[in-house]
Design a protein around this ligand. Structure first.
Ligand code: AMP
Ligand code: MG
Length: 318
């Protein structure tokens, strides 16, 4: 395993690794991904194994543009075609993943046996350069162990993930900091499967109609494969609190010892969240307390991650 920069030499070495069926830690604007060539079944198997990811949790297929990604997608009906086209023009490259009917080209292991595939054009230039240089579509989940924190910096990557990769591309901290928004276009009304880097209101504005958003408090509803009640969690138990006092954790106020001051703005907060939790996790506290953010739509993606990170410690429910 070696770490390279996202310069032409580093990208070319990583592209060769992907073409040879090896794994690469790939920077994206959301979080770091553990990438492999999407049609190399043994490589995809190694991604699942390195993450400890259950086989029913499908991967996202990444391409450097929508035209190239089409290879992974079945022929679409005219409505879906035009919806996907509008979203692709407006949000790609960027933190939006679309779920569409899959083509025969995508191996079943990638989609967990489902007839649909999740596709995205990443906003990070290094990711697109890598995919282009490799000349393959890339399957890449977040480079975390199953249920753990996603890494937004190379130094936060679990050693078991790093060991599984031939090359790690270090492009510094990820700009968005939380995973992509996942939108299902296979139903009559587009359905939000995971809030993320693109907000509900941005999507509705672009589409000119409302989308369907499952109630985040409805723990009974499993909206999509790979959506677990506990997820994105540090190893240290995490609880949500109104006022942190002098306990270790994340605060909106002045940080005391063992606390990290978080931005008041939801976009800046998201960009900082996983790195901050990784830092507190390493400090070895008994519990991490996190001050509840405002209950406002702009905080939906952050709320989703915090609710899941706190899930089984849920003495104080959000
Ligand atoms: P990540 O680990 O961030 O790459 O997460 C990928 C997530 O995208 C999965 O856990 C699913 O929730 C979602 N996803 C991927 N493929 C599909 C699909 N075919 N249908 C619905 N959701 C999907
Ligand atoms: Mg993930």
């Amino acid at each position: 395993m070696i770490t390279v920069k996202p310069d032409p030499t580093g990208i070319e070495a990583a592209a060769r690794a992907l073409r040879s069926g090896e794994l690469v830690v790939m920077p994206t604007e959301t979080v770091y991904g553990l990438a492999c060539a999407a049609t190399r079944i043994e490589a995809v198997e190694r991604v699942f194994a390195a993450k400890g990811r259950p086989p029913e949790n499908p991967l996202i297929v990444h391409g450097s543009d929508w035209t190239l990604l089409r290879e992974a997608v079945a022929i679409l009906d005219p409505d879906t075609e035009s919806t996907a086209g509008v979203l692709a023009v407006r949000f790609w490259p960027g933190p939006l993943t679309l779920v569409l009917p899959k083509s025969a080209w995508v191996p079943d292991i990638v989609t967990a046996g489902m007839p649909t595939v999740a596709v995205r054009v990443p906003g990070h230039e290094a990711a697109r350069a890598l995919i282009d240089a490799a000349g393959v579509l890339v399957a890449a989940p977040s480079a975390n162990r199953f249920m753990g924190l996603s890494p937004t910096r190379i130094e936060d990557i679990d050693p078991r993930i790093a060991a599984a990769a031939t090359i790690l591309i270090d492009a510094g901290p990820c700009e968005v900091g939380i995973e992509s928004t996942v939108l299902d276009l296979t139903a009559a009304t587009p359905r939000l499967l995971r809030p993320g880097g693109v907000s509900q209101s941005d999507l509705e504005l672009a589409l000119g109609r409302p989308i369907e958003v499952p109630d985040p408090h409805d723990h009974g509803a499993r909206v999509a494969p790979g959506q677990y009640l506990r997820h994105y969690a540090p190893r240290t138990p995490l609880i949500l609190v109104d006022d942190i006092g002098d306990r270790p954790g994340l605060t909106f106020g002045d940080a005391r010892y063992g606390q990290l001051a978080m931005p008041q703005d939801p976009v800046a907060y998201a960009a900082r969240l996983y790195a901050a939790l990784a830092e507190l996790d390493r400090a070895g506290y008994e519990v991490i307390s996190v001050e509840r953010p405002p209950h406002e739509p702009a905080w939906a993606a952050v709320w989703d991650r915090l609710r899941k990170a706190a899930y089984d410690t849920g003495r104080l429910s959000p």
